[in-house]
Design a protein around this ligand. Structure first.
Ligand code: SAM
Length: 212
C-alpha cells in the first residue's frame, strides 16, 4: 500500500485491520458459484485487495472520488490492475438499495463506516442512525445459506455489543443460525508497539454461515 502521512492524521493504511484482511482471504471461493463481494466505505482499498487476492469479484464503494482513485492505483501497484473490481463513487446506502433492485447477491459484505460522513451530493451519514437500516439492506443482498459479514467501527456511539445484539434480533441472522449455524466473532481491534503497549482502534464483528 502507498503509505504516507496524510492531512487526516493517518498513514494511508489502517494496520489494525490486518486480522480482518487475513479472515477475508481465508474464504474458499472454490465452493462459491459466483464469488461476489461488496466493500462499503472502502477508502484505502486494502480490504478490496484482500478480497481480490482471494479470488472474489469486488464492488468497491466510497463517497470520496480521490479515495476511490487512490484505491485503484493501489490495486495496480499490487498487480491487481486487471482484477474484477468495480470502483464506485457512491453513497453506501443508495448503492446497496440499487443492488437489491438489480437482484444482485453477495457472498461477502464488508463495511467500515465512519461516525460521521457525507454521501456524494451532501447527504450526511451518522453511524448511530444509519448503520441499522444499512445492515437491514445488506441482509437482502446476502444468500442466507452462505455468507460472510464483517462490520468494523471506530466511534464511541456504537460498539460490538450493539452490532451483535442487532444481528441476533434480526430475522435474517436468526434464520441462518437456526438453519445451519453461524460463526460469530466480535471484539476490539488493537495495535501493539514493540514493547507490548496496546492502542484500542475500535470494534470488529465477523459473521460467517456454517455452510461456507
Ligand atoms: C473509516 S474509513 C474506511 C477505512 C477502510 N476500512 C480502509 O481500511 O481503508 C470511512 C470511509 O467512508 C467514506 N464515507 C463516508 N460517508 C460515506 C457514505 N455515505 N457512503 C460511502 N462512503 C462514505 C469516507 O469517504 C471514508 O473513505
Amino acid at each position: 500500500m502507498p503509505v504516507r502521512p496524510t492531512p487526516f492524521g493517518h498513514i494511508g493504511l489502517f494496520p489494525e485491520q490486518a486480522d480482518n484482511w487475513k479472515w477475508l482471504g481465508e474464504a474458499s471461493v472454490d465452493q462459491v458459484d459466483a464469488p461476489e463481494s461488496l466493500n462499503l466505505f472502502a477508502y484505502t482499498g486494502a480490504s478490496t485487495l484482500a478480497l481480490a487476492r482471494a479470488g472474489f469479484r469486488v464492488a468497491h464503494v466510497d463517497a470520496s472520488k480521490p479515495s476511490v482513485e487512490s484505491a485503484r492505483a493501489a490495486a495496480a501497484r499490487n498487480r491487481l490492475g486487471e482484477a474484477p473490481i468495480r470502483y464506485l463513487v457512491d453513497d453506501a446506502m443508495k448503492f446497496a438499495n440499487r443492488e437489491i433492485r438489480r437482484g444482485r447477491q453477495y457472498h461477502t459484505i464488508v463495511m467500515d463506516p465512519p461516525a460521521y460522513g457525507h454521501a456524494p451530493g451532501g447527504k450526511s451519514w451518522r453511524i448511530e442512525r444509519d448503520l441499522w437500516p444499512l445492515l437491514g439492506i445488506c441482509f437482502q443482498l446476502m444468500d442466507c445459506r452462505r455468507f460472510r459479514l464483517l462490520v468494523t467501527g471506530h466511534s464511541p456511539q456504537v460498539d460490538q455489543s450493539d452490532v451483535v445484539d442487532f444481528l441476533r434480533q434480526s430475522d435474517f441472522i436468526a434464520g441462518a443460525e437456526a438453519a445451519s449455524g453461524l460463526l460469530l466473532d466480535s471484539g476490539r481491534s488493537q495495535l501493539e508497539d514493540a514493547v507490548g503497549r496496546t492502542l484500542d482502534t475500535g470494534f470488529y464483528v465477523r459473521v460467517e454461515s456454517r455452510s461456507n
